[in-house]
Design a protein around this ligand. Sequence first.
Ligand code: NAP
Ligand code: 8YV
Length: 313
Amino acid sequence: MPKTEILIVAPIRPDAMAALEETYVCHHHYRHEDGESFLAEVGGRVRGAVSIGEKGVSAVQMDMMPNLEIISCFGVGVDAIDLPAARERSVIVTNTPDILSEEVADMGLALIFMTLRGMIEADRYVREGRWPEGGPFTLGRTPRGKRLGILGLGRIGMELARRAETIGMKVSYHNRTEKPVNYPYVADLVELARQSDVLALCCPGGPATHNLVDARVLDALGPQGWLINIARGSVVDEPALIAALEGKAIAGAGIDVFADEPRVPEALRQMRNVVLQPHMASATVETRDAMAQLVVDNLEAHFAGKPVFTRVG
Ligand code: NAP
Ligand code: 8YV
């Protein structure tokens, strides 16, 4: 029987790629400068696509793959996939929830520490040999006793909440709907920011959350407040964030995700009260391997005529 043909929008982990190569004819979209011409050439034969959170699959690309049955996404966030277009075309979309939640929450906690304790700046202080002359480094702030507001108390938000509790933070949250949890629910995001010392973003990206964190939210967070973003860059009005940091309307920020990745505004890169990470909250060998295996498993289940493991929607 001829092998099923799939599109690889972006490569995933080596073992998973080897498994995909063995089972399918893989068309490597990312290897082609002119991806559209490449898709025009192979798209008609493609029945499955592997993509990653940052790249997704557009409606135009789906149109170029009229026999597409499934998009298996490496990542839990599917905001880059045109979901309505997939639904219209009866294309199944799968993602990689749960298995990355703890890793991503760890990054949230690490960003809280690194930001409040000024650890990256302190590291520079030592490396640049400024310690002998400069003496003790500027004191940081403790997270203990501080109020953590979580925007998006889902799988990742809950893991962050648990971690924050263990270091003595007081957690409250905002979602569109209240959850049966012991953390106080705040129905209004501006109010949550007002009641928080640290505001951590853990919600999905996409149109519903676009620029949800704007100047009003940042003003409410206030000059003693920190913003942590492990969600998506699109959730924050980035120019407003830069203005808030420059004007000391907030104290600092720890940011893993940006509006136009991998480009990060020069202004943010120059700030000393900001900790920046290159979208790597889930980026450990163990977690990325588990995510990649789930991508493979979802494809395998689908093409074996079985239900997929983690269908979106
Ligand atoms: P999840 O379990 O679906 O949780 C999302 C939470 O956000 C839910 O509690 C949801 O509650 C809330 N939410 C959704 N839309 C909202 C809105 N418009 N306003 C307020 N709250 C809203 O998702 P998850 O698995 O925790 O993942 C969350 C997101 O983290 C992903 O979608 C992805 O963008 C991001 N992520 C980032 C990285 C990274 O590398 N930095 C890694 C993994 C995931 P309601 O439905 O009640 O509103
Ligand atoms: C990954 C993510 O960076 O799961 C997500 O939504 O953003 C991250 O885990 C990405 O999807 C894989 O490149």
